[in-house]
Design a protein around this ligand. Sequence first.
Ligand code: GRF
Length: 189
Amino acid sequence: MRIVVLVSGSGTNLQAVIEAVKTGELDADIVAVGSDIPGCLGLERAEGAGIETFVVAPADFGSRPEWNRALQAAVASYVPDVVLLAGFMRILDAEFVEAFDGRMVNTHPALLPSFPGAHGVRDALAHGVKITGVTVHIVDSGVDTGPILAQAAVPVREEDTEEVLHERIKVEERKLLVQTLADLSTRTG
Ligand code: GRF
């Protein structure tokens, strides 16, 4: 299974996937890691692991559709079986989603369909839920609305801040993501 990973941030989910490939827990090749943010830590992690990287930054394009098309072409050039959004913080347009229909996987730090969007942890905390968690799902044309592949619950503690809760969710997120990709690779060969 050929995976292209897109990241925008610290890349700890990416790191977990890199390690799972290394140990053989996940039978897959990370063929490239791409980002919208030049120099982000996720890209550094990929480079450290000897994985090819690419950047398609919105600032280099005149419009959002142009940026989307350029990113789509860059991803497609690696002929991936799976496109993994691992903390990729920009919304991809319908054309992009269609190009990789059913093969794009996202991880979201809340129990969807509750608390979609960029602030899933903050919104769950603000709502006062006692249990939140993480969802790994297939991307469709909505925001965090696609078919759910796996979920794990994380209890909210009285004293939680957004940061503390997010870190606890991310511990579960990394495990669930690796497990879900391993299941996919077993199914798809
Ligand atoms: C993850 O919790 C992801 O679900 C969210 O942002 C975080 C990214 O973490 N959208 P990292 O870059 O993998 O460390």
